[in-house]
Ligand binder design. Sequence first.
Ligand code: ZN
Length: 141
Amino acid sequence: MSEPSTVQAVEGLFSQTPEGPRLLGSRCANCRTPYFPRSETCHNPECERSDMQDDSFGPAGRLISIALQNYPPPPPTIASDPYVTYGVGLVDLPEGLRVIGRLLADDPEQVPVGGNVALVIAPLGHDAEGREVLSWQWKPI
Ligand SMILES: [Zn+2]
């Protein structure tokens, strides 16, 4: 039996690197402003010369807010079947970004706001072709 194939929920937003999972973004080399996802130009109104370069972020972050997704989100969002409520976390990264992602926790109501989280690449569920759909998620640590 072959391994189930996997697909990224959105290509080019994250990668499993030799150092671990990372979000793929960019940073302005002139003013050091970070962006996720990548940006073609710097949006800092005080920056006088956009000079965008690829950068990557994570894996450490701090959870600053949680929302509970109590009903299945509409397609194309992938949800488990049968549906199980999950948490959506707002996470501050030390690189200067604030990134939303699904919380990888059995009981999101027990996850402490203010606690540390780690970036992980994990399945959201399966697509119509039966492939495992992967995305970045935040795991409480
Ligand atoms: Zn800039």
